[in-house]
Design a protein around this ligand. Structure first.
Ligand SMILES: Nc1ncnc2c1ncn2[C@@H]1O[C@H](COP(=O)(O)OP(=O)(O)OP(=O)(O)O)[C@@H](O)[C@H]1O
Ligand SMILES: [Mg+2]
Length: 262
């Protein structure tokens, strides 16, 4: 659950003040899939960074899973981030020198939850990439890199997935593939907040939030029938994509019990 109250983030640029977030109130219950749309500079990434404990607000409060982050120490913020939140970026942000498996192992090293590579192998399998474990990012396609980034985001079994334009650098087919993985994670109980510029993607969420000048200007439930229709179309496209490229679709293995419990 995320609860933001009168959340503001201001940047002082010489004489002027940029109100990246301007008194935002927002409540996202557990398990909801929310998309955030809005023009460039409207405050979407700023919002994601604060929700993801990567940044602090200038004023207002934000509560993530019952913990108020405003006055939290850096250490506790990092713990919350590593244990409960998975982040996926537009540019993948993988370490280029190391293999897919090593990239997915990084969050496990921070949390020290496991000293074996098994959870990382399972996460790669979850996104259909166990056969690419030894490949470096330069030896994989953009879609594969994003799937590795998703595996890295979910390896610690977070409750919250934050994705900032995860399909922004991908073609439509590959974007659909990524969205289908996001849908699977949501169906398994994860709360998902996804930033996008594309309306076709935004309407795949249960709820759509529009931002403008650091404020929420629209907050609407997506029509369930329309959503179901798009999801069906995507699943069909996904099947044909996999047939075309002779790849294996991501496994639909259930997530471990920690995630199913909610
Ligand atoms: N570190 C910073 N210093 C100063 N201004 C910043 C900083 N980060 C963001 N801003 C400003 O805050 C506003 C919101 O930025 P943000 O990155 O949240 O927008 P966005 O909606 O994610 O845009 P885009 O769609 O282009 O990614 C912008 O006007 C931006 O210039
Ligand atoms: Mg942004």
């Amino acid at each position: 659950m995320i609860r933001a109250s009168q959340l503001s983030k201001h940047y002082h640029m010489g004489e002027s003040v940029v109100r990246a977030l301007d008194c935002v109130d927002l409540h996202i219950p557990h398990g909801q899939f929310v998309s955030i749309i809005g023009s460039s500079g409207s405050g979407k990434s700023t919002m994601m960074h604060i929700m993801g404990c990567l940044d602090r607000p200038t004023s207002g409060t934000v509560e993530i899973h019952g913990q108020t982050i405003n006055s939290m120490s850096e250490k506790r913020m990092a713990l919350l981030r590593n244990n409960e939140i998975g982040f996926v970026f537009q540019t993948f942000n993988l370490i280029s020198r190391t293999s897919a498996l090593d990239n997915v192992l990084v969050p496990l090293m921070y949390t020290r939850r496991s000293f074996s590579s098994k959870p990382a192998i399972e996460a790669l399998d979850r996104v259909g990439l166990s056969k690419r474990a030894k490949h470096k990012p330069s030896e994989m396609s953009g879609g594969e890199c994003q799937r590795v980034a998703i595996a890295r985001a979910i390896v610690n079994k977070p409750k919250l997935l934050l994705a900032d334009e995860p399909t922004g650098n991908l073609d439509t087919h590959t974007g659909t593939q990524i969205m289908n993985i996001v849908h699977e994670l949501h169906e398994d109980g994860m709360t998902v907040v996804l930033v996008t510029h594309e309306m076709d993607i935004a309407v795949q969420a249960e709820r759509m939030i529009e931002m403008k000048d650091g404020k929420i200007v629209a907050d609407t439930a997506v029509d369930a029938a329309r959503r179901a229709e798009i999801l069906k179309l995507n699943q069909d496209a996904h099947q044909s994509l996999f047939r075309k490229k002779s790849l294996h679709p991501p496994s639909s293995k259930p997530l471990p019990p920690q995630m199913e419990a909610r």
